[in-house]
Design a protein around this ligand. Structure first.
Ligand SMILES: [Zn+2]
Length: 468
């Protein structure tokens, strides 16, 4: 049965086996972070190697992992080595490896290292940049998943990709590069300078153009001005989950550049992950995921409890470099659909209404620019005995336009003491002292608005601000 047509029951069976192998054979024994964490929680690998067991593990994100800085992310990399590999590798690969150890020692080392040695790194993160490691076998997974990505996007090996993306090592760039390789499509990655992209388009008639979501409209204008030949483009990939305004800007840019009839499809990889999700060519809603390679949950961003909408949390199945269990991506989705896609019929889970990174904001405070992890701020407020209700408001002050972080609370204790305690705890949790703690009498007096979760509200700038 093809990877994208399995029944719920078949998916569950594959997932159970993959989860067990990932947790018991790979992550628990060989990830320093998870080994320590499981010991601290008093759990054995077997306890958490099922879907129900996994859900008893606290979800963790970049701030939880990198408490002393980005180098801490190394603790997520599986460190197996040869003896660990022999202990935990499944029969056929082990037999093949051991036979080679006798007769072809170099080839044996190659097999072990393909599974265990990080060879390639990309940089990821919202509030801080940390390295994500891949082994040779991980890169194989990324490339093979790229072939599936091409299927979802309705592309074939006859398609030619030109990607107008910055050449910084990110999972999105790596995913498209290896994806094109896996699918057998020619692909050019000239960087994101309009002149260089136009030059690449003179070399090959691109049928697929990949653009960064945040600047697609602008870039199309620049390409048009550089005289780029976009006449063969039938597919435009918006890399990063576009919101409605960004999608509209891209469509308007295509119209100005006289590109007609092209399918505009979102592709996206959350920070920390390595597999690109995509919208299907048939126009079904949501990003199509890979049920045998990842387990996706939505959690309430404030309480980290399961929710119908909320933060996208993922567990990787089968990746052995940096290995993520219940990873808080910082992305938010409005739903996780498990029924078959109404357009393409694929039975893979689909994430709808994905917004990238709204839980970590770059704030231009009066004292300078700071990244603030709103999950940490919410965690400092959730479930307190001295606070009955609360709202966090982040964004520009109506007074002077500088960003601020306001905490509104309904206190149950002595108000002045509560204000001091809240400010202190928010600073400890998020590294940032709130601009102000505002005390109000009842929940009805709390501010209203929109944001990434029920009690975390964002004020937007009147002008479109730089990506934050
Ligand atoms: Zn679909």
């Amino acid at each position: 049965m093809s990877w994208d047509r399995r029944t719920t029951r078949q998916q569950a069976r594959t997932r159970t086996a993959a989860l067990k192998s990932q947790v018991v054979d790979a992550v628990a024994p060989f990830s320093p972070y998870w080994r320590e964490r499981l010991a601290a929680l008093g759990r054995s690998p077997a306890d958490v190697a099922s879907v129900a067991g996994l859900r008893t593990l606290p979800a963790a994100g970049e701030r939880d992992i990198c408490q002393d800085g980005p180098a801490d992310a190394a603790a997520l990399v599986l460190q197996a080595g040869e003896s660990g590999w022999a202990l935990h590798t499944e029969g056929p690969a082990l037999r093949r490896g051991l036979a080679r150890r006798l007769f072809r020692p170099r080839s044996y080392r190659g097999i072990v290292e393909a599974d265990t040695r990080p060879t390639t790194f990309v940089s990821a993160g919202l509030g801080l940049r940390f390295p994500v490691a891949s082994t040779r076998s991980d890169l194989d997974v990324v490339a093979r998943t790229g072939a599936r990505l091409w299927q979802v996007l309705g592309l074939t090996r006859a398609d030619v990709l030109v990607a107008a993306l910055p050449l910084t090592p990110t999972a999105a760039l790596q995913g498209l590069q290896l994806g094109a390789l896996g699918a057998g499509s020619p692909a050019l990655f000239p960087g994101d300078s309009p002149d260089d992209v136009a030059a690449a388009l003179r070399l090959v008639p691109a049928s697929v153009l990949a653009l960064p979501t945040g600047s697609a409209g602008e870039l199309l204008d620049d390409l048009d001005e550089s005289g780029a030949d976009l006449s063969a483009v039938r597919t435009v990939l918006l890399v990063g989950a576009p919101d409605d305004a960004e999608r509209a800007a891209a469509l308007a840019g295509l119209e100005r550049a006289a590109v007609s009839g092209a399918a505009v499809l979102a592709v996206h990889v959350p920070e920390g992950h390595r597999l690109l999700w995509a919208e299907c060519r048939e126009g079904g809603p949501g990003l199509h995921t890979y049920p045998d390679l990842e387990l996706i949950e939505l959690l309430d961003a404030e309480t980290a409890m399961p929710a119908d909408d909320g933060e996208v949390v993922l567990t990787q199945l089968g990746l052995r470099g940096t290995a993520l269990l219940r990873w808080r991506t910082g992305d938010v989705a409005s739903g996780l659909e498990t029924a078959a896609c109404p357009a393409c019929g694929r039975t893979v889970p689909r994430l709808t209404g994905v917004r990238r990174g709204p839980l970590v904001r770059s704030l231009a405070l009066r004292g300078g620019r700071r990244d603030v992890d709103l999950r940490a701020v919410a965690a400092a407020l959730d479930g307190r005995a001295d606070v009955k209700d609360w709202r966090v408001v982040a964004g520009p002050s109506p007074r002077d336009g500088a960003d601020e972080l306001l905490i509104h609370v309904v206190a149950t204790g002595e108000p002045a003491d509560v204000a001091v305690a809240v400010a202190r705890d928010v600073r400890t949790a998020s590294g940032l002292l709130p601009t102000q703690v505002v005390l109000v009498a009842t929940s009805a007096d709390l501010p209203r608005g929109r944001g990434p979760s029920r009690r975390v509200l964002l004020r937007e700038r009147a002008q479109p601000a730089a990506q934050g």
